[in-house]
Design a protein around this ligand. Sequence first.
Ligand SMILES: *Cc1c(COP(=O)(O)O)cnc(C)c1O
Length: 359
Amino acid sequence: MRVFNFSPGPAVLPQEVLEQAREEMLDWRGTGMSVMEMSHRGKAFISIAETAEADLRELLSVPKNYKVLFLQGGAFGQFAAVPMNLSKPGDVVDYVNTGAWSKKAIGEAKHYAKVNVAADAGEPYTSIPALSGWQVSDNAAYLHYTPNETIGGVEFHFVPELKSGTPLVADMSSTLLSRPIDVSKFGLIYGGAQKNVGPAGLTLVIVREDLLGHARPGTPAFMDYAAMAKEGSMLNTPPTYAWYMAGLVFQWLKRQGGVKAMGEINRRKAELLYSTIDNSSFYKNPVAKDARSWMNIPFTLARPELDKTFTAEAKDAGLVTLEGHRSVGGMRASIYNAMPLAGVEALVSFMKEFERKHA
Ligand SMILES: *Cc1c(COP(=O)(O)O)cnc(C)c1O
């Protein structure tokens, strides 16, 4: 039996996508082989790869002067690849710190460049620093921020447009494709696929062409955007099956009406859960209202000694992986694109019943 899986990642995938993958598992469209068994240079896989890229470009209206790369190494790989490709040794790079993932990105960038923390939300990382107070450098090679902090449940509901023209770099691991974005406002967008796009092992990079070709000497070829772009992300063997699965997710998204329609559903899902939390004195979400994530919703119980009872009873009700991150505690519901409204409705009615029994 399928459960409602609120995992932060790797996370739920659309059931239709899993069913299609099962259907095509042993024989992909008459080739007599699984996508996993195909050469990445063969006609069949090339068609899968090209279709996936075209669909992603269509979903996000990616402008022509941007490359889309299908890489490995996760967001962590990009924490290093970004400064290696976009800055020279000694350059200043601006970072905005809004929580756990920003901090990791900053830690990695420090190996390569002079990091200026342009804004820091500060403990306990439940808000977004007002743009007017950001101390941006005049000469930064780029400004990096994390539009959605997966652990803290903090999300930007605006794009911080910089007057300076400094390229904006965004770690969209847990928000990419959850709502429309204007790609042209960014120099580079990246994200691990395993939250909202597909299975683990695939990393998407969308990068403006003028930022390519400046990788510092010593950058490993497989992390060099220009080298990868030149080879269509196939300088070495790409994560073929994850690429294929992401392609099925893109097609599913198009059938749902695209990211605009998906964004409306995601807004409704988030509003339903937040209003349940806000209208109760038993549940609490610590995040400033204007910075609440649509994707990851942490909440605590008025009686934390009941945390384990909550997750155990939720599991019996078919609602799983609701444990909060160890650094935050309490609960966290991750409600990515593939979590249907029905899953959030089931969670909300479970929460109301749990409160009635235990408050
Ligand atoms: C999960 C996550 C990461 C880490 O991704 P990996 O693919 O495991 O390297 C980084 N940033 C954000 C925002 C995330 O949600």
